[in-house]
Every structure is written in structure tokens, then in C-alpha cells.
Design a protein around this ligand. Structure first.
Ligand SMILES: Cc1cc2nc3c(=O)[nH]c(=O)nc-3n(C[C@H](O)[C@H](O)[C@H](O)COP(=O)(O)O)c2cc1C
Length: 192
């Protein structure tokens, strides 16, 4: 089982990264292979809306550090997207990646019953951390991206959340979040 893990926080010891690492370490112990990318260390641009991926190529025409990431996801069984909430959204590092996944859609994606260029059946593990302790706040983020990743053929996507987390290292002290990460990894590795 191949897992691609995208770390969307600029904090290398931050909460979303800690949860993602715990998820990946648990999955690795069960035999999964992990490829991890720290988005903040990569140089890339957002989608240019040039439509080359709809008119001339079956992939994104931009050649930058996201090229390897977008290619790796084509071979992945599970995609982990770990992000802090910034102003009610995913981090800009993560959003820049998400916009580039437009290249996974076929030219007639609005009408085609199979709109994705990706092999179906991949699963998304969405890890979301936020300072706000009230879990009703920012509960809209995952359903929105779940919807779009379903277009790409992802299914039965999972959410791991950490609410009320501010400074580095707080997530590790919240056993219920780490147990959630572990259980999700156990469940996914058993299923594939
Ligand atoms: C620029 C910025 C914007 C933020 N916006 C929000 C927000 O809208 N809602 C919230 O609950 N927390 C917000 N936070 C707090 C982070 O989401 C929180 O500290 C999170 O646990 C950080 O995750 P990380 O440690 O993985 O970077 C913001 C933090 C920063 C630096």
C-alpha cells in the first residue's frame, strides 16, 4: 500500500505534522510505504488556468516542485493532506496544491460520468488542526474537499481533527487525537 503524505503547515514540529507523522508511522509498521512532502519547502505556483491540461496534455504543463507530488499521487492508494486552519480555510501551501489537482480532470469533466484521470478507489485522509476549540467551527472545510476529491475517484475519505491546538507539540499531549490517527491507519492498512 502506497501512501503519499502532504504536510501543509509551515511548522515542521506543528500539530498537523505531528498527527500526520503518527498516522504514517502506524501505517508503516503495518507494511505501508510512505512518501512525504513538506509543501512549505517546495517551490511551486498555483493553477495558471491556462487549460493546457484540457486541450493539449493529460497533466499539468507547469514544471516545478509539485510535478513530482502530482505524479506520486497517481500511484498512491492513500493521500494524506495535513493542514492547519488559516482564516477558516486550509493553509495557502495546501490550497496551491489543491488548485493544481485540476489537471487530474478530463477535458469534458463537467459532463463525463468518469471525470477523473486517476485510477478510482484511492482514499483521502484529511488532517485538520485549528486553534478554535469548538469543533462546529470550520467543520465545513472537509466536506467541501471531500466533494471535489470524490470527482477524482477518491472514496470513503476520512477526517482526523485536532481542535483547540495552538502551540507546537500540543497535539502529542492529546491522546484522543493520536488514538484517532492510529485507529484510522490500522483500519486503512487492513482494508487494502
Ligand atoms: C495565519 C494564521 C491563521 C489562523 N487562522 C485560524 C482560524 O481561522 N481558525 C482557527 O481556529 N485557528 C487559526 N489559526 C491557528 C492554527 O490553525 C492552529 O494553531 C493550528 O493548530 C496550527 O497547526 P500547525 O501546528 O500544524 O501549524 C491560525 C494560525 C495562523 C498562523
Amino acid at each position: 500500500m502506497n501512501i503519499v503524505c502532504l504536510l501543509g503547515s509551515p511548522r515542521s514540529r506543528g500539530n498537523s505534522t505531528a498527527i500526520a507523522r503518527h498516522f504514517c508511522e502506524t501505517a508503516e509498521k503495518k507494511g505501508a510505504s510512505i512518501q512525504s512532502f513538506s509543501l512549505n519547502k517546495l517551490n511551486y505556483r498555483g493553477c495558471q488556468a491556462c487549460m493546457t491540461c484540457k486541450t493539449k496534455l493529460d497533466r499539468c504543463v507547469l514544471k516545478d516542485d509539485l510535478t513530482e507530488v502530482l505524479d506520486a499521487i497517481r500511484d498512491a492508494d492513500v493521500l494524506v493532506m495535513a493542514t492547519p486552519v488559516y482564516y477558516g480555510e486550509v493553509s495557502s501551501q495546501m490550497k496551491g496544491f489543491i488548485d493544481r489537482t485540476f489537471s487530474y480532470l478530463v477535458p469534458d469533466y463537467t459532463t463525463n460520468p468518469v471525470p477523473s484521470r486517476l485510477k478510482p478507489g484511492k482514499r483521502l485522509v484529511f488532517i485538520q488542526t485549528q486553534g478554535q476549540p469548538d469543533e462546529k467551527q470550520f467543520a465545513d472545510i472537509f466536506p467541501r474537499y471531500d466533494y471535489f476529491f470524490n470527482w477524482y475517484g477518491f472514496m470513503d475519505n476520512c477526517l482526523i481533527r485536532g481542535c483547540g491546538l495552538m502551540t507546537d507539540g500540543e497535539a502529542q499531549a492529546r491522546s484522543e487525537i493520536m488514538v484517532d490517527a492510529e485507529k484510522t491507519a490500522d483500519m486503512l492498512v487492513q482494508k487494502t
